[in-house]
Design a protein around this ligand. Sequence first.
Ligand code: AHG
Ligand code: MN
Ligand code: MN
Length: 333
Amino acid sequence: MKRVSLTQYLVEEQRLHSNIPASLRLLIEVVARACKTISHSVGKGALGDILGSANTENIQGEVQKKLDVISNEILLEANEWGGHLAAMASEEMESIHPIPNRYPMGEYMLLFDPLDGSSNIDVNVSIGTIFSVLKAPEGMTQPTEADFMQAGSQQVAAGYAVYGPQTMLVLTTGNGVNCFTLDREMGSWVLTQKDMQIPEETKEFAINMSNQRHWHPPVTRYVDEMLAGKTGPRGKDFNMRWIASMVADVHRILNRGGIFMYPADQRDPSQPGKLRLMYEANPMAFIVEQAGGAATDGRQRILDIAPQKLHQRVPVFLGSKSEVERVTSYHQE
Ligand code: AHG
Ligand code: MN
Ligand code: MN
């Protein structure tokens, strides 16, 4: 089999569709290289002194793990000098990170969840990195948080790396979704799945059932109907999976179909759900739609949401289209 590297894929994609200018290609390659470095650290585990807590809190009030902090640093350092970015934003930083003056300012803005699934780090279960790329507004000189407040539909690229039994990079630039596997010996990303499509037929759902008593009625109804199985309104048995790493759950759904849900519930209304719009929901929604699936907050398309704050949370329903449409319609009834 002829191997296609990430670089070759990006160059040929530009030739075919003119959607990946050289500066965006550099950006994607730099992010991919940073993910390679993170993957290397992840793989060392206790031997690399990367497990455990960093004993600090991030802006979400979550205790940071060492690997949250390390991954954030790796992504910042890798992306500062290339001249392709104007600013970055991260789950692990309260405010945006403009590119230092000593480097040229580029036309893109990068957002990331440096390490997704932090609770799985210390137990050797799949974790990941999620990223989203926006264009800096025309005429911007000094980037501010307001420049990042663009709907997800404005993303020019999005992707994630999953650090599992294999390290993979799943990428979209708005022309379908492709998956690259890290060749650890060669240190290169090799195209291993072209134009991924989420299977439409599914019998699998993903939700944290321990929150069931807090759910709103549409979610309760939707899940109850699946739990009722063959003799219930859905007429088939469903299976459940919950990895507690959004990256790993989404990766399964991309390959095998299903629906992922992190709904808002009846607890604190100022915290609608757990996941963050700008660097978790938006990039995943872009990928899922590009693979033929759907992503909503229960009422509207996630990619249509006008953001208000860098770290805002949003309810998430994503995956196989008909399932997402069903649970969304239950919210509208
Ligand atoms: P992060 O580690 O970046 O904070 O994200 C964790 C998220 C997401 O990856 C996952 O789906 C969800 O939290 C798991 O939440 P529960 O602990 O409620 O299962
Ligand atoms: Mn996350
Ligand atoms: Mn994270």
